[in-house]
Design a protein around this ligand. Structure first.
Ligand SMILES: C[S@@+](CC[C@H](N)C(=O)[O-])C[C@H]1O[C@@H](n2cnc3c(N)ncnc32)[C@H](O)[C@@H]1O
Ligand code: SF4
Ligand code: SF4
Length: 341
């Protein structure tokens, strides 16, 4: 069946083109219920097949041009200890950290499909050198980039270089008051990080955004963060609290508010997520889907297009179409147009 592609999918031999066409049309014919519609439907399907044949890479067929977001959790390690987040408790051993070349190759292979590459963690700026290599490569490939950071390692040199590349920096802020800030970060670093955020605004201007996590613990703080952002002219996004394995914060949002339009497929279908060791999954909540529990592959060992074109990847994408779990509300799983204002 043609949904499972070979790497050089648009350099095919004549016999493979015929095989591909039959593989696509045969199951389609079986799905047409009304006999009088068979010929026009096959005609339309053939036109669609003909158009897609010109596309450069196989996964465009699923997601369209520039339809994917590549999200790299560059590390689990972190220099903060936020009680809302359990990621910092499980830093990867040094020898399991992916060599940066593998991720750069992955970016090069996928760039035609990407509307964005996002770096998250743990704290991405613990690997500032690698982050800058990715940022420069993304610029060369014309892929917009977003870094989500706690801003602890932000400095003037980084901001100036990053500004020139035109990418976006999202800084996480759950309170603008010193005592709550220090409690929420698990580190007393308000006096160090706040001036860095002001510097980031001065240098990055509109390329700076702020994101807050809304939970029972932060309910009173988030309106103050939003007001502060308005005063500073910084775009803001609120992300709903999810279980990140920490169990220290609680979700105050009523389940009816959380429920998402069941008709809209989870936007995480567009995501291609890479873990610190190079494992590839379709969404970071993949363990909730039995078929997706195991990673789809590893970019240190396999080509990313090969990984995404396996039968299981295709099947996982199909399952995600009707997946309606609370993680559907995560910012990284929502359409970009719903974020930041
Ligand atoms: C896991 S952090 C990694 C990047 C960076 N260390 C930071 O804090 O910005 C990515 C985003 O997830 C948010 N986050 C952390 N724990 C969360 C949770 N339990 N539920 C929802 N979002 C959470 C953070 O506030 C941040 O905006
Ligand atoms: S939310 Fe970010 S800064 Fe806080 S502990 Fe988790 S990874 Fe670190
Ligand atoms: S609802 Fe959650 S588990 Fe299901 S596809 Fe979306 S992000 Fe993944």
């Amino acid at each position: 069946m043609s949904l499972i592609y070979r790497r050089k999918s648009n350099n095919l031999s004549f016999s493979h083109v015929i095989y591909d066409y039959i593989g696509e049309i045969k199951p389609f014919v079986k799905r047409v219920r009304k006999p009088h519609l068979l010929i026009p439907m096959v005609l339309f399907k053939s036109i669609e097949w003909g158009i897609y044949r010109w596309y450069k890479t196989p996964i465009r067929r699923f997601y369209g041009v520039k339809g994917n977001e590549l999200i790299y959790m560059i590390t689990n390690a972190c220099n903060d200890r936020c009680p809302k987040c359990g990621i910092w408790e499980r830093p990867e051993p040094r020898d399991q950290h992916l060599m940066i070349g593998h991720f750069i190759n992955c970016l090069k292979r996928l760039h035609h499909n990407l509307y964005q590459v996002t770096l998250t963690g743990g704290e991405p700026l613990l690997f500032k050198k690698d982050v800058m290599l990715i940022a420069e490569e993304a610029k060369k490939l014309n892929v917009p980039m977003v870094i989500v950071s706690n801003a602890r390692f932000v400095d003037e040199e980084f901001l100036t270089r990053y500004k020139a590349l035109g990418h976006i920096l999202v800084i996480s802020v759950d309170s603008v008051e010193i005592e709550k800030w220090n409690e929420f970060r698990g580190k007393r670093n308000f006096d160090i990080v706040m001036p860095k955020i002001i510097l980031a605004k001065q240098i990055l201007g509109d390329q700076l955004r702020i994101q807050s996590v809304l939970s029972k613990e932060s309910t009173d703080e988030i309106p103050k963060v939003i007001e502060w952002c308005e005063q500073q002219g910084i775009q803001h996004n609120t992300q709903l609290y999810q279980d990140f394995g920490a169990y220290n914060w609680h979700n105050p949002i009523k389940s009816e508010t959380l429920s998402y339009d069941n008709e809209t497929p989870c936007a995480a279908r567009k995501n291609i997520c890479v873990y610190p060791n190079g494992d590839v999954v379709k969404c970071f909540d993949h363990r909730r889907i039995p078929l997706a529990e195991e990673p789809l592959g590893n970019i240190a060992k396999q080509d990313i297009i090969e990984i995404l074109c396996t039968k299981r990847s295709t099947e996982v994408s199909k399952v995600m179409k009707t997946c309606n779990l609370p993680c559907k509300n995560m910012s990284c799983n929502k359409p970009q147009t719903h974020l930041f204002n």
